[in-house]
Design a binder for this molecule. Structure first.
Ligand code: EPU
Length: 339
């Protein structure tokens, strides 16, 4: 076990923010995670677990250990005529995993192409895009308990998935370290998910009538590249806030005042409203302040052009939140983890 002191996290968060971990440890196997839990030196119970660093805003230095999840490897566990079960190490890059599935012609994750981050972080917040959420292909995951070091298997029903939510962000917050995830993917013929408007339009532009999963992936990549900044070039953590859900009656009142407000009905008499629209209508889209700002193509994405601080981004986020509350009476909740 190689504990490192005063380790810079600048290269480990997609916002590109400067922060220092007093202690840093990279773990590349389940046994290394268990050894770390059993080591009093490491103090894993209070550690911050780092995946791809693509969903965090560092406003200060973490207090204790930062444990970097580096477990790699992909393994075909089972297959039958219609499906495969594939296990993937938590430290694998998510998009590389998607590409690997596409190469093998396994379907289910193509709509989730190009999402930054790691495989282990994906179930944590039930990543989703273009009509698909990871829970639809999730089979199980294995995680180490931070106090006892016991390895536990979580089936889908144990994970309490919701919109950008799971048990690991709620009831079991900070209790487990996700080590690998098993997915249940389809073999051809695949059931495609191309109902999302932007995907349909892009496939039409590409003149594709009968898309494959590879075509869907290409369409998603093209949409994401046209709207979302590449974190390798402009620091960001994707959507900064969640899309809020509001009661139908509240939505109806807003619709009277703002007839063009978009809304997607949910099952429980609630309506989901795009936070990007609310933020844009408050005049923030493309706003720049020193080295940070609001992305000019997607108002839901806050950016660090280089040299900005986590505090500045957080201050801007609070101002945006306040103006959306003042204009629409809606309270936006951050989607990123603020540290
Ligand atoms: N919109 C605007 N102005 C903006 C941005 C969006 O008016 O600047 C409105 C438009 O009406 C647009 C609608 O918002 O039709 C939806 O926009 P978009 O398709 O870009 O999706 P989103 O709701 O802003 C969500 C996810 C994204 C995911 C996309 C596609 C959340 C918080 N975000 O964004 O996920 O890629 O849908 O499915 O649910 C992420 O989580 O980091 C992320 C990027």
């Amino acid at each position: 076990m190689q504990l490192q002191k005063n380790y810079s996290l600048k290269g480990f968060n997609t916002f590109g923010l400067d922060a220092t971990a007093p202690l840093f440890l990279s773990c590349s196997s389940i046994q290394e995670v268990i050894d770390a839990v059993n080591s009093p030196e490491a103090n894993v119970s209070d550690a911050f677990i780092l995946g791809g660093g693509s969903n965090i805003l560092l406003t200060k230095n973490p207090d204790g250990l930062v444990l970097k999840m580096d477990i790699r490897g992909k393994e075909l566990l089972q297959e039958d005529e219609t499906h495969v079960l594939v296990r993937c190490g938590a430290g694998e890059n998510w998009h590389q995993f998607v590409l690997y599935c596409l190469e093998n012609n396994w379907g289910g994750v193509e709509n989730l192409s190009l999402i930054p981050g790691t495989v282990g972080a994906a179930p944590m917040q039930n990543i989703g895009a273009y009509g698909v959420e990871i829970e639809q292909v999730f089979y199980e995951l294995r995680a180490v308990h931070r106090e006892s070091g016991a390895l536990k298997t979580f089936r889908k029903e144990d994970c309490h998935f919701g919109y950008r939510e799971s048990v690991f962000k709620n009831e079991l917050k900070d209790q487990y370290i996700i080590c690998d995830v098993t997915f249940r993917l389809s073999r051809p013929p695949h059931t495609l998910n191309s109902s999302y408007g932007a995907i349909r339009e892009t496939l039409t532009e590409m003149q594709i009538e009968d898309p494959t999963i590879q075509d869907i992936s290409k369409a998603v990549i093209s949409i994401r590249q046209s709207k979302l900044p590449d974190p390798a070039r402009i620091g960001n953590s994707g959507s900064f806030f969640k899309n809020p859900s509001i009661p139908e009656s509240v939505y109806a009142d807003l619709k009277d005042r703002f007839p063009e407000i978009p809304g997607y009905p949910l099952e429980n008499d609630m309506v989901k409203v795009p936070a990007g629209w609310l933020i844009e209508k408050c005049g923030w889209k493309g706003h720049t302040r020193d080295n940070i700002g609001v992305h000019r193509m997607q108002a839901l994405v806050l950016v660090n052009y280089g040299g900005g601080s986590g505090d500045e981004v957080w201050k801007l986020a609070q101002e945006i939140r306040q103006s959306v509350a003042d204009k629409f009476g809606i309270s936006l909740q951050p989607e990123v983890n603020v540290i």
